[in-house]
Design a protein around this ligand. Structure first.
Ligand code: ATP
Length: 477
């Protein structure tokens, strides 16, 4: 199969990166589990994000807020009333779709056929109707565009309804006491409600930021494209609190800074772009996405939003607690403005994996063959090095294990002594291990080993005492 997304999904499963959740029960839609190499890769991505936020910026600190929050939080944030997607059902197949996605797909078809004007007009009309909540007209648009359900092949549609994406559950042990709460649909609110706690206890002065990594839940209507859109996912958000009037300057600065971050981690320039929002959410005065060229087109990986003082003002109103900061430099009390950067760890994972998967022809003449490997930046690679004794005798395994044990705490390593060495290299290529260290007879004489580089397949000899320094240097971002 030549579908690039299918290749990524198959590779992710086969080599221990991502599995369908509850697979033995035929899976649960839009929920996934990370395998041994996937868990390491995801952890490396999160650690790098956390480190670059909280250590490279001395005015950003991290928190870890809970998933459950007081129900009024979601009233204040606007999620109870406004966190909706328009959905529509096909009466014949009983399949549910997002009305806006059906229309976006249609627009993409026009675009592909070179009819850019038609595509633009359709998207504009859709945006207008959704904003005005003219749901009947959205349905009419779907019908008049001749959009049919790919399963039933018919255009026999129900009305369009708004569907709230928040999951709810009950707290309290007996039914009468129980009250409805939500699983958080974003991590940001845990930061907003702790804004003053953090500012006071960590003695922060504006401008400063609060970073957080944590799970979020959305009952997405159409969940497709693998881990791109999940019902349970992880967000990495940073809210940066600034003086009113200075937010657009910080918005530009964070846009640039975040774009640079992705490039440093190996995403090529031509695969990334900004998409500036023309239509802004009610709480924002500027917004941009960083988009990556996924196998299914340029799509959002990260959002940078200038959220004004909307959230803190709302919480001030509903909690009746002042959410103000006294700025000693200008002798003024104010509700700070917020610029946020928000990225999904899973979407970042998908971008990293998609970008890393390389298939290339190697060898000459009848030795020509396809080679598949994962070209992760060494800082992200799940396994940093594999240690191989050339054979299983003459004391080579013992020597290799000694090296393994001396490096194992600082670097995630694999020890492998079975199979021919070529096969062992291939296996490491498939999980993206940047270096293979081979221990041979010469090692016993002069304490040198060979290092084989994943991308070039070239080998060099280095002294064992230099291995720690070599890995530390090569595997830093
Ligand atoms: P989309 O338009 O794709 O639904 P969004 O604009 O609603 O995304 P935000 O609310 O801005 O997304 O969330 C910030 C980030 O969280 C996104 O850029 C994305 O990386 C991630 N994210 C959002 N929803 C999901 C999801 N269902 N699955 C995985 N990641 C998600």
């Amino acid at each position: 199969d030549n579908n690039p997304l299918k290749k990524i999904i198959a590779h992710a499963k086969e080599y221990g990166f991502v599995y369908q959740s509850s697979e033995i029960y035929d899976g649960l839609q839009a929920v996934y589990d990370y395998g041994p190499y996937g868990a390491e890769l995801k952890k490396n991505l999160k650690d790098l994000w956390w480190t670059s936020m909280t250590r490279l910026n001395d005015n950003i600190v991290g928190i870890d807020a809970s998933i459950f929050m007081h129900p009024l939080v979601w009233k204040a944030s606007g999620h109870v009333d406004g966190f909706n997607d328009p959905m529509i059902d096909n009466k014949d197949s009983k399949k549910r779709y997002r009305a806006d996605v059906l229309l976006e797909d249609k627009a993409a078809e026009y675009e592909k056929a070179g009819e850019q004007d038609k595509a633009d007009a359709l998207l504009k009309e859709m945006g207008r109707l959704l904003e005005a909540e003219e749901l009947d007209a959205v349905r009419e648009l779907i019908v008049s565009e001749g959009i049919v359900c790919p399963i039933s092949g018919t255009g026999n549609w129900t009305e369009v309804r708004q569907f709230n994406l928040m999951f709810s559950t009950q707290v309290g042990s007996v039914a009468e006491d129980a009250s409805e709460i939500y699983l958080r649909p974003e991590t940001a609110q845990g930061i907003f409600v702790n804004f003053l706690n953090v500012q006071k206890t960590a003695r922060m002065k504006i401008p400063f930021g609060i970073a957080q990594i944590g799970k979020a839940f959305r009952n997405e209507i159409v969940a497709r494209q693998f881990i791109f859109r999940m019902r349970e996912f992880e967000q990495m958000e940073m809210q940066f609190f600034v003086r009113p009037g200075e937010e657009l300057k910080w918005f530009e600065a964070w846009k640039e800074s975040r774009m640079k971050w992705h490039k440093v981690l190996g995403i090529p320039e031509d695969k990334l772009r900004f998409h500036d929002h023309e239509k802004l959410a009610h709480y924002a005065n500027a917004a941009a996405d960083i988009e990556y060229d996924f196998p299914f087109g340029f799509k959002e990986v990260e959002g940078i939003h200038s959220r004004t003082d909307f959230d803190l003002t709302q919480h001030q109103a509903l909690s009746k607690k002042k959410q103000q900061y006294f700025d000693t430099e200008i002798n003024k009390n104010y509700v700070p403005y917020v610029v946020e950067t928000s990225i999904g760890a899973d979407r970042l994972f998908l971008m990293t994996l998609a970008n890393a998967l390389v298939e290339e022809e190697v060898g000459e003449g009848d030795k020509k063959k396809m080679r598949t490997y994962l070209k992760f930046h060494p800082a992200l690679a799940p396994v940093k090095a594999a240690i191989f004794p050339l054979t299983r005798k003459d004391g080579l395994p013992e020597k290799a294990k000694e090296i393994f044990n001396s490096l194992n705490f600082d670097f995630n390593l694999i020890y492998e002594d079975k199979q021919a060495i070529g096969k062992r290299y291939t296996r490491q290529d498939l999980i993206g291990t940047p270096f293979c260290i081979a221990v041979d007879h010469q090692t016993l004489e002069d304490d040198t080993v060979t290092i084989r580089h994943r991308d070039t397949m070239e080998q060099e000899r280095i002294h064992i005492s230099g291995l720690h320094g070599f890995l530390a240097k090569s595997c830093s971002a």
